[in-house]
Ligand binder design. Structure first.
Ligand SMILES: C[S@@+](CC[C@H](N)C(=O)[O-])C[C@H]1O[C@@H](n2cnc3c(N)ncnc32)[C@H](O)[C@@H]1O
Length: 308
């Protein structure tokens, strides 16, 4: 790893005039970067020391440690598990919004759900996974669409699972309470009126929508086998933080969990191209992918989707 010794970082404030923080020693940077890479997939370069400083400084202060070097030393010592979890959580970026980027949600509503509904026998649930769910806007956006599609779906059960590595965003997701600012970002006003009620300064999602989504802590680096098979996966704006081998591993594992005719949606800056041969772009929607034969160890592709 290249040198990381020149940026100021991580001192707990002392009384009196502010003093320049000492640079982060290389060994401390390596400890933090390795912990983040192995536990969450997050790749942090020396150019991101300011991010370590701003996100981990409060943890160092809480632990009454003078700086990030001391935090790294405490992480290396036995019994640092709780602290390691806190560090990983603090370094996640949890930005999310309702109906983010619009198009995947249009495809989900108009093509993916209708086609998969038609392809499944009665009584088989459709299973949808929001795989980096953060504070829940993505999963609830999907639940709102599913509610709209009731006339088509009839008594077809649609299970929506939202998972994330970070614990605090999941608490917020389960609570389903959003600020005025958050509901103004991407949520059509008729959806707001239909599915939320005002609670002082905030908006609380309806009990029906809350019941339509299950949230669970889950690390994308783990084998998703225990989560079961999915028809539709939204894994958006999280792969951007991973290095190519981690992206390939996570995408390969997701592909294995998908129904042969399932659909995966990635974020606008994410692709499978050059990363894995287990998924291929669908012809009818940029950013949507289906598992290839390679994902299932087959000689020929079986997906009914036209692949680009
Ligand atoms: C920028 S948010 C994306 C939220 C949502 N998918 C969207 O596009 O609006 C990225 C989320 O990925 C989660 N994350 C990061 N690494 C993860 C991992 N290894 N396993 C599961 N979730 C992870 C973060 O905690 C964060 O909530």
């Amino acid at each position: 790893m290249s040198t990381a010794t020149s940026a100021p970082t991580g001192s707990a404030p002392t009384a009196g005039a502010p003093t320049a923080s000492p640079p982060l020693p290389q060994a401390a940077f390596d400890t933090l970067a390795e912990l983040l890479r192995t536990r969450s997939g997050l790749v942090i370069g020396p150019d991101k020391i300011y991010l370590l400083d701003s996100r981990l400084g409060p943890i160092a202060r809480r632990e009454k440690l003078p700086n990030l070097a001391a935090l790294a030393a405490k992480l290396r010592a036995p019994g640092g598990e709780r602290l390691a979890r806190d560090v990983v959580d603090a370094m996640t970026t949890n930005e999310s919004l309702f109906f983010r980027d619009t198009k995947p949600f249009v495809h989900f509503r108009t093509l993916a759900v209708p086609r998969l509904h038609a392809a499944r026998s009665a009584g088989t649930p459709l299973r949808v996974w929001s795989a980096a769910a953060s504070t829940g806007q993505e999963a609830y956006s999907l639940a709102m669409i599913v509610a709209d599609l009731h006339p088509l779906l009839g008594d077809r059960r649609v299970e929506i699972l939202g998972t994330d590595l970070a614990r605090e965003p999941l608490v917020r997701a389960r609570e389903g309470v959003y600020s005025q600012f958050e509901v103004q970002r991407g949520l059509p006003v008729q959806m707001l009126v239909k599915h939320f009620r005002k609670e002082e300064q905030n908006w609380r999602i309806s009990d029906a929508l809350r019941a339509a989504v299950t949230f669970r802590e889950w690390n994308l680096l783990d084998d998703p086998g225990p989560l079961g098979r999915f028809d539709i996966v939204f894994c958006r704006n999280v792969l951007i933080y991973f290095d190519p081998p981690t992206k390939a591993r996570v995408l390969g594992a997701i592909a294995r969990q998908m129904a042969p005719d399932g659909v995966l949606y990635l974020g606008g800056a994410e692709t499978v191209l050059g990363v894995t041969d287990r998924l291929a772009a669908l012809a009818d929607q940029p950013g949507a992918y289906g598992p290839t034969a390679a994902a299932r160890g087959l000689a020929e592709p079986a997906a009914p989707w036209p692949q680009a």
